[in-house]
Ligand binder design. Structure first.
Ligand SMILES: C[S@@+](CC[C@H](N)C(=O)[O-])C[C@H]1O[C@@H](n2cnc3c(N)ncnc32)[C@H](O)[C@@H]1O
Length: 170
């Protein structure tokens, strides 16, 4: 993320806050999540680590309460395929990002191998049961208007996940 002292960072779908202790403590970190239970756990983690630079809010990332052009850096980790409408999520990320902001998305996208993709499309039919869409295609995400994609990298075990690093254009 290359977040430096004084910058404001948004973590969308912060969950239990696993990443929060890893940010520079001189950055102002805002974490949002739809789930109050997740935020409770993130809050406990902040207390345990003495993180005074973190604010947590219950909020739908597809319809955020923040004004336009607020954040220098935005991270969305394992959240694009769990929201109802990834397009709204990306539009909101773009809206609240400052011009030139760095956005990092980590997510599982539909696999390029046709056999694996077939399995993913089959289980996508039970998305409601497994909690995420295993067959979300990457192209609409990296082609979203207003994001200049700088890198698309395989991430995590066997590269099954993808990291997208982009810069916001306004
Ligand atoms: C798979 S978890 C990832 C959590 C965290 N980013 C991590 O890497 O540990 C996805 C998170 O997104 C949250 N979430 C789902 N839909 C959301 C929405 N519309 N707005 C905000 N958060 C949402 C869930 O409550 C959950 O905490």
């Amino acid at each position: 993320m290359e977040a430096i002292a004084g910058e404001s960072v948004l973590e969308v779908g912060v969950g239990t806050g696993l990443s929060l202790p890893h940010w520079d403590r001189e950055c102002k970190i805002t974490g949002i999540d739809l789930s109050p239970e997740m935020l409770d756990r993130a809050d406990q983690l902040c207390r345990r680590h003495g993180l005074r630079n973190v604010e947590l809010h219950a909020m739908d990332a597809q319809n955020m309460d923040f004004p336009d052009n607020q954040f220098d850096k935005i991270a969305a980790m394992y959240v694009v395929s769990v929201v109802d409408d990834p397009g709204s999520l990306l539009r909101e990320i773009h809206r609240v990002a400052k011009p030139g902001a760095r956005v990092v998305i980590i997510n599982h996208f539909e696999h390029r191998h046709p056999w694996v993709r077939k399995v993913e499309r089959t289980i996508a039919g039970v998305t409601g049961l497994i909690g995420f869409n295993a067959a979300l295609p990457v192209d609409p995400v990296i082609e979203t208007e207003g994001f200049r994609v700088k890198e698309v990298l395989p991430a995590n075990l066997l590269g099954y996940w993808t990291m997208i690093i982009a810069e916001v254009e306004k």
